[in-house]
Design a protein around this ligand. Structure first.
Ligand code: ZN
Ligand code: ZN
Length: 169
């Protein structure tokens, strides 16, 4: 779905769309969309900028950084986005855009694709560090055993107990 400036000039566009898993391209990121993605929003024109407000929700599935187990990541994202036409960059080149101006993006041509907006927002919503549980023990670097479920005995005792060195002193 294309959100076009030409249409926004007439009236705001109400967006209510569901993307089935597998229909959006997350650009090679290592998670999978495991549930339909639902987006409800209103797009409107503010001067030359396209503003999109609303929310999106879905569920992702990724691998735990430590044990590679499957992790479900619920995504509930409020949308409050502003897109400026790229043509304004050249004009404002010498004006530094504040780096903390969250949610400001750019569009070129006649508007923006809703799919681009939602995939970008989902990618931003994914935590940097993905763990199945805060105290995931990960995999044994020697034999690859999942230390959440078994003790393989490869690791020296001090690796398992960060406080054992205190007793030595
Ligand atoms: Zn894990
Ligand atoms: Zn081991």
């Amino acid at each position: 779905m294309r959100i076009r400036v030409e249409d926004l000039e007439l009236h705001p566009i109400v967006v209510s769309k569901t993307y089935a898993s597998g229909t959006l391209d997350y650009h090679g990121t290592d998670f999978r969309q495991a549930a339909p993605l639902k987006v409800d929003a209103v797009a409107e024109l503010m001067g030359s900028e396209i503003c999109i407000r609303g929310r999106l929700g879905t569920r992702l599935e990724a691998r735990c950084d430590r044990c590679l187990g499957s992790v479900a990541i619920p995504i509930e994202q409020e949308l409050d986005l502003v897109y400026r036409p790229v043509s304004t960059i050249a004009r404002e080149e010498e004006v530094e855009l504040p780096a903390d101006e969250l949610g400001v993006g750019f569009f070129s041509g006649d508007g923006i694709d809703l799919a681009d907006v939602v995939t970008e927002q989902v990618i931003l919503a994914v935590p940097m560090k993905i763990v199945c549980q805060a105290d995931c023990r990960g995999l044994c670097p020697v034999c690859g055993a999942n230390l959440n479920f078994e003790r393989c005995g490869c690791l020296p005792a001090r690796e398992n107990s960060p406080f054992s060195s205190l007793k030595e002193g």
